[in-house]
Structure formats: structure tokens, C-alpha cells
Write a protein that binds this ligand. Structure first.
Ligand SMILES: [Zn+2]
Length: 376
């Protein structure tokens, strides 16, 4: 068994359903301390976070990731125990194999190999690992970044090991993510008998035309890196259960995935302007899950693209699609942020798996990126 595969096994054997860490970070810390990293645990509430750094000087290259996993669901839906890793036909199975304990194993062995060859490398290398990426993401990366900012510890390049690849390792690099804004809307009508509509006010009837406007609105046209912003209704609720009652209120949830052409305040203003034209009474509560971020070009994107070309023989594509990631907390510090990990076909599914060969390729790519950025 290769060192990467072996470490992946050890991490997968530690059950760590979010926000649990299951002892994964202690194991990672032990491996990193052995090659000269200074290790700090930064727990916040139920969340375990690890910050480990080797070197004091700039530039600082940081690997970021998470040890928590999504729940595996019923054991009988899996072909093997989700927390008993198993290799079958060249694939390593287990909850977190691909998202993202496999990538963490590859990061650790990449760094171990790099330090063996370059023990006196210029700059610094760090690991920012949290157990709160799959959960609310409040006490994880966001809090560690706050701590680093407070003591003016600055990340220059951050490689997030999320499974970014589409069909082959490194075919896709995520150099940004869309923002995500949620709205919770309550429209007040007046309850009544369906046979006497003039004495009632149906909240859906007054909202509907403006809901259509919100859906049809051209929020922006996107840009070179982002598709156009979209408005999606996630939930719509009303009704008393009786067929002869006009309900008094309606609640709706909606989400906008938005590009760097827009910001949350602008979207909120535009949504309110459309609703206000309806002249009805409503309440609207907003929750911003994440602002969009983008690393259009720069040394990190160039090093990663070149490393993929050298190891894999093809040129990666840049993409900003998919859900949000913890990169959204790191990018606002001014760091260049890039996501590069395994093929994401099985993430959050039963029988999650990663190619054994993918792990070796990732370890080689990560190491090559370090050489390109830190060894001139
Ligand atoms: Zn993940």
C-alpha cells in the first residue's frame, strides 16, 4: 500500500460526521509535526480546527480542507461499511473518500515528499483543516481566518482540496464560486371562504405576478468567469388543508446564486423594489450564505495548470460552478484561492469512492505546485 492510500485508510476509519473530527486532525497534526510544522488546535464550540505552519517567512502557501463528512445514511444501502474503507476494482470506498479525506492524505504525503527534497524551502507551508465544512460553517474556517487576520498572519496562496474534477483528475480547477443569498418571504392576505372572495385576500393571487417578475428578471448577464445570476424558488407554502378556505398567509423561500457582477445589497434592493410595486403587506428576511469570489489569474492558477499539464498531460479548465466552499472565507483576505481535488461523481452519495490512482496523481500534482511556487 502506498503512503497516500494508507493514510487515506486511517482517516476513513475514523468516523467524523459533521461537526465531529473523530481524531483525524490529531493524526494529521502528528504527521505534520514530524516534518517540522508548528501545530495549533483552534477549537470553537463543538468544532475542531487545525492550523499547522512550517516556516516563518512569506510567501505562505496553505492547503485547506475539512475532516468532517456528511452522514452516510443506512448501512444497508452501502456495499461495504462507510467507515471501514475497502478497495475494490481500483476504487477506495468509504464516507469521505472523495470529499475529502482522500485529498487530505494526498496533501500530507505531497508535503512530506516535498520537505524531504527541500528541507530549507523558502516561504512557508500551512494546513488549515476544519471539522465544520459540511455543517453550518460558522465555527470552522471562518473563525480560523478571523484569528489569523487578528494576528496579521497572511495567506498568499490557498489550495482547497475539494473534489473539483469532472471526469479525470485535474480536468477542472475551481478558481471561484458564485455567491448564495436566501430569502424567506411571508405575504399577508386575509383568510376567508372561497365562495366569498370579495371578503378575503388570497396571498398567492396578490404575489403571483410579482413572483413571475422575479423569476423572469435578468439579474445580470454573468461575465467571463460566471454564468448569469439565477433566482430559484425553493419552497412555497400556504393552505389550511380545507378546500373551501382562502388561506390568510403564504410563505416562500428563494435562493439566488450570483456572480461577481452583483452584490447581496443590490439584489436585496431590486427584489424589494419588485415586491413593493405589489402594494401588499409582506415580511422578508435575508440570509447570505456566501459572497462570490474569484481568482482570475495569478501565480497559483498558473502553477496548478502547469502541474496538471506535466503530471496528467492535459490542460485543466477553469470553472466557478457548483455549491459554495470554504474558499469564500479565505478569498476576502486577499489570498489567491483555487480548488483542486478528485473527481466529484460520488460525493455525498452512498458508496462514495475515489480512484486509488487518483490519490497518487493528486499527491504528485500538489507536490509539483509547491515546487513551482516555493522553489525557484
Ligand atoms: Zn467537501
Amino acid at each position: 500500500m502506498t503512503p497516500t492510500l494508507e493514510l487515506a485508510h486511517e482517516l476513513l476509519r475514523r468516523p467524523s460526521v459533521t461537526p465531529e473530527d473523530g481524531g483525524c486532525q490529531a493524526l494529521i497534526a502528528q504527521r505534520l509535526a514530524a516534518v517540522g510544522f508548528r501545530v495549533e488546535f483552534m477549537p470553537f464550540n463543538a468544532v475542531t480546527n487545525l492550523w499547522a505552519r512550517r516556516g516563518d517567512s512569506a510567501p505562505l502557501f496553505c492547503f485547506a480542507g475539512h475532516t468532517d463528512v456528511v452522514p452516510p445514511g443506512p448501512r444497508e444501502h452501502w456495499d461495504s461499511d462507510p467507515f471501514e474503507p475497502e478497495v475494490r476494482d481500483g476504487l477506495l470506498y468509504g464516507r469521505g473518500a472523495c470529499d475529502m479525506k482522500g485529498e487530505i492524505a494526498a496533501m500530507v504525503t505531497a508535503v512530506e515528499g516535498f520537505i524531504r527534497d527541500h528541507p530549507d524551502h523558502p516561504g512557508s507551508i500551512a494546513f488549515l483543516i476544519t471539522s465544520d465544512e459540511e455543517g453550518p460553517s460558522i465555527d470552522g474556517t471562518a473563525r480560523v481566518v478571523e484569528t489569523l487576520e487578528a494576528r496579521q498572519e497572511k495567506i498568499d496562496w490557498c489550495l482547497v482540496g475539494e473534489p473539483s474534477s469532472h471526469e479525470r483528475v485535474g480536468d477542472t480547477l475551481k478558481n471561484g464560486r458564485r455567491g448564495s443569498l436566501n430569502g424567506f418571504l411571508k405575504v399577508m392576505g386575509k383568510q376567508g371562504h372561497v365562495a366569498y372572495p370579495d371578503r378575503a385576500l388570497n396571498p398567492l393571487h396578490i404575489l403571483a405576478p410579482f413572483l413571475v417578475e422575479l423569476v423572469d428578471e435578468e439579474w445580470d448577464q454573468g461575465n467571463a468567469f460566471f454564468p448569469a445570476t439565477t433566482f430559484q424558488i425553493a419552497n412555497l407554502n400556504m393552505g389550511t388543508g380545507a378546500e373551501n378556505v382562502i388561506p390568510g398567509t403564504l410563505t416562500a423561500q428563494f435562493n439566488l446564486r450570483f456572480s461577481t457582477e452583483l452584490d447581496a445589497e443590490t439584489i436585496q434592493r431590486r427584489v424589494v423594489a419588485i415586491l413593493d410595486r405589489g402594494g401588499f403587506v409582506y415580511e422578508l428576511i435575508w440570509r447570505l450564505s456566501g459572497n462570490p469570489f474569484l481568482t482570475p489569474t495569478g501565480a497559483l492558477v498558473e502553477a496548478a495548470s502547469a502541474a496538471v499539464r506535466e503530471i496528467m498531460g492535459y490542460r485543466p479548465e477553469l470553472s466557478t460552478d457548483g455549491g459554495t466552499s470554504d474558499g469564500r472565507f479565505i478569498a476576502p483576505t486577499g489570498a489567491q484561492v483555487l480548488e483542486l481535488g478528485a473527481v466529484n461523481a460520488s460525493i455525498h452519495q452512498v458508496n462514495e469512492c475515489v480512484g486509488v490512482q487518483e490519490l497518487e496523481q493528486l499527491s504528485a500534482i500538489y507536490r509539483r505546485i509547491l515546487e513551482k511556487l516555493l522553489v525557484v
